[in-house]
Design a protein around this ligand. Structure first.
Ligand SMILES: Nc1nc(=O)c2c([nH]1)NC[C@@H]1CN(c3ccc(C(=O)N[C@@H](CCC(=O)O)C(=O)O)cc3)C=[N+]21
Length: 294
């Protein structure tokens, strides 16, 4: 058996096409959605992610506002930039690119974001709403990677309700909120949230109908661990040296041999990454639509 590829590039394109129509409608009502990014320091990975987000915006007709601070910025500099983004009416949503350089207070930065403009869904108020399951009128942004994972599974009609999901990794942006999302009413999965102190990771992965690997350990997830037919989503990223060319390249958490056991495989790159970016755009459009009805 060879797994069906969960194609993040194609799925993100479909999401973006739908968003473009909503953006046109917003503009007809005099609102142009705008995404702000705050990038601190000169990490090449972060730079390239932020550049990608601005390209995405241009593609769908979202205005983008870019704020860059040097690696020498202080917590007060970061706070001042956040206050400006909060006050700027052209910014309907924005993100503070993580991680911040060592020594800066990430929690303080996330907390300073206006929750109504939080395009990442990582403000404590919005994470709290995820815990509370508040939807409808007040509905708030979901963290982009978890939202992208669920969106992709749904668009491929992979069953979630009643299924067992094993999430590998408990980080703020993926694992922890993903457990909350999958167990929400309406999705109704059973979740095992694993981490570096999990005693028998192989056994936890073996019971899963859906495996999400988000730890950043290259090729950690082995084919012998996978229940035949399971959906496997590779989210982790490690920069490694290509043995033949000596060049740096990106490698996921999932051993490529998993493709011969899994029913569905979301590759990395080309899987959840593009979906994360599409969900960021979606959060910005949602926020602009909510602002219209307030
Ligand atoms: N506040 C904040 N929000 C984030 O959402 C956030 C962040 N900080 N910090 C870093 C991580 C990482 N992240 C990625 C998004 C897209 C791809 C992506 O599209 N990757 C392409 C490959 C891109 C390439 O080749 O460089 C792919 O998977 O196909 C990857 C990684 C968002 N993050």
């Amino acid at each position: 058996m060879t797994a069906i590829t969960l194609d993040g590039v194609a799925t993100a394109t479909a999401v973006k096409t739908e968003l473009a129509a909503r953006i046109t409608a917003l503009k007809a009502q005099g609102i142009t959605p705008g995404l702000g990014t705050l990038l601190v320091g000169d990490d090449p990975g972060s730079r390239s992610y932020v550049a990608g987000k601005h390209r995405d915006c241009a593609e769908v007709g979202i205005e983008s506002i870019r704020v860059d601070l040097p690696a020498t910025a202080t917590d007060a500099d970061v706070r001042a930039a956040i206050d400006e983004l909060n006050a700027n009416p052209a910014v309907t949503g924005y993100i503070v690119q993580l991680p911040l350089p060592k020594g800066l207070d990430e929690h303080a930065a996330l907390e300073a974001i206006d929750p109504a403009k939080d395009a990442d869904g990582l403000h404590p108020t919005n994470l709290g709403r995820l815990v509370l399951g508040i939807e409808g009128e007040l509905h708030s942004p979901l963290p982009c990677t978890p939202a992208g994972i669920v969106e992709m599974l749904q668009r491929y009609n992979v069953p979630i309700s009643g299924k067992h999901v094993t999430v590998v990794g408990r980080g703020l942006t993926v694992g922890r909120p993903l457990g909350l999302l999958f167990t929400r009413k309406g999705l109704d999965a059973t979740v095992t949230l694993t981490h570096s102190r999990t005693v028998d990771l192989a056994a936890e992965v073996r019971r899963a109908d859906i495996v999400v690997a988000a730890v950043g350990v290259a090729h950690l997830i082995k084919p012998e661990w996978i229940k035949p037919g399971a959906a496997v989503l590779d989210v982790g990223i490690t920069r490694v040296q290509d043995e033949e060319t000596g060049k740096g390249k990106l490698t996921g958490d999932v051993d490529p041999a998993v493709a011969s056991v899994a029913g569905y495989l979301s590759p990395n790159p080309g899987g959840v990454g593009p979906m994360t970016r599409a969900m960021l755009l979606s959060n910005v459009v949602d926020a602009a639509e909510r602002a219209l009805t307030r």
